[in-house]
Design a protein around this ligand. Structure first.
Ligand SMILES: [Zn+2]
Length: 320
């Protein structure tokens, strides 16, 4: 294995601040905690286990959080804690640490916490949180289609598991953010778009927010193999724009952070327009106004339209 760097288990994997929507826009502190890692670890595109470390115990988690909370001299309203796994999985995040988070964030002036979890850990007794805190839980549903989730992602749960988790969250007055994944492997570009729009319709009554993840290719994954063999191409940014517009028109709040946009391993168009399209996706995520996309022009849109037409027949990417 290349890249054998001894990890510091008392520091988060990463840490940054950004703007988020919450009664207008607010400062948000995002912490990627280093944990023992996601127990599932079988998704075809997941490279997160590289960040995990089996030595992490509750004291290390507390040190990571303390470090993060003292890092910036800014007023924050929102705290995002991601573990690249599940915040409510006891093996990764012990209950005592969850309580430590709630107490310390409230003392530091945060009012909203955003975390992520697989649905099997979202149980009434696990998710209890202080009433003066707003909790939002992100669930990586990826698609509402059980066949695609099983055979193109290997996610290991069904739509009905998601629905049950959502009903627990609603009962406890927690918000629900649903991650959808644009373009799992084995789908044509057009099928990938259609899958996202169908999925958004299926979850419209369950979710408060949709977060559209645009596939990028982490190293060491099965997806990377497919990509190297030229059997996979990340989605076009034009596809992302189309999906975001359509989901917004269903009436849902939808956000997207175009990670690695314009790179070969990330969502991309022709190379000339990537930056401006990615910028409009970021602006749209904050404004929720589809007019953000109105000024976008590039000749590669004609090539993208051809791809939508032909990839259903070729079944392999026609353009890199
Ligand atoms: Zn272009």
């Amino acid at each position: 294995m290349a890249n054998v760097v001894r990890k510091d288990i008392n520091r988060p994997v990463s840490l940054w601040h950004e703007k988020e929507l919450f009664n207008g826009t607010e400062n948000c502190l995002t912490i990627i905690l280093r944990t023992k890692g996601c127990y599932w670890d079988r998704c075809l595109m997941c490279g997160y286990l590289r960040d995990a470390d089996r030595r992490v115990e509750i004291e290390n988690l507390k040190n990571q959080l303390d470090f993060a909370l003292s890092r910036y001299d800014m007023d924050f309203g929102i705290l995002k804690i991601f573990t690249s796994g599940s915040f409510f999985d006891e093996r990764e995040i012990p209950e005592k640490f969850r309580e430590y988070v709630y107490e310390n964030m409230l003392n530091s002036g945060f009012r909203k916490l955003i975390v992520e979890s697989r649905p099997e850990f979202i149980k009434k007794e696990k998710i209890s949180f202080p009433s003066n805190l707003t909790l939002e839980v992100g669930i990586g549903l990826e698609t509402a289609n059980d066949f695609i989730r099983e055979y193109c992602i290997n996610k290991g749960f069904k739509f009905e598991n998601y629905v049950n988790a959502v009903s627990v969250l609603k009962e406890e007055k927690a918000g629900v953010k649903t991650y959808l994944l644009l373009k799992p492997p084995f789908l044509s570009e057009r099928e990938a778009i259609e899958d996202m729009i169908d999925s958004a319709r299926a979850i419209a009554d369950y979710t408060d927010v949709v977060s559209l993840n645009l596939m990028n290719i982490p190293s060491g994954t099965y997806l990377e193999r497919l990509w190297k063999w030229k059997l996979y191409r990340p989605p076009w940014l034009w596809s992302a724009v189309k999906v975001l517009k359509e989901i917004r028109q269903i009436g849902l709040e939808v956000i997207s952070d175009p990670i690695a946009a314009g790179k070969k391993r990330g969502p991309h168009n022709c190379g000339k327009c990537d930056e401006s399209v990615a910028e409009s996706i970021k602006n749209f995520s904050l404004s929720q106004n589809i007019e953000e996309f109105d000024g976008l022009r590039c000749d590669c849109i004609h090539l993208w339209r051809k791809v939508l037409e032909l990839e259903d027949f070729s079944r392999i990417p026609l353009v890199r």
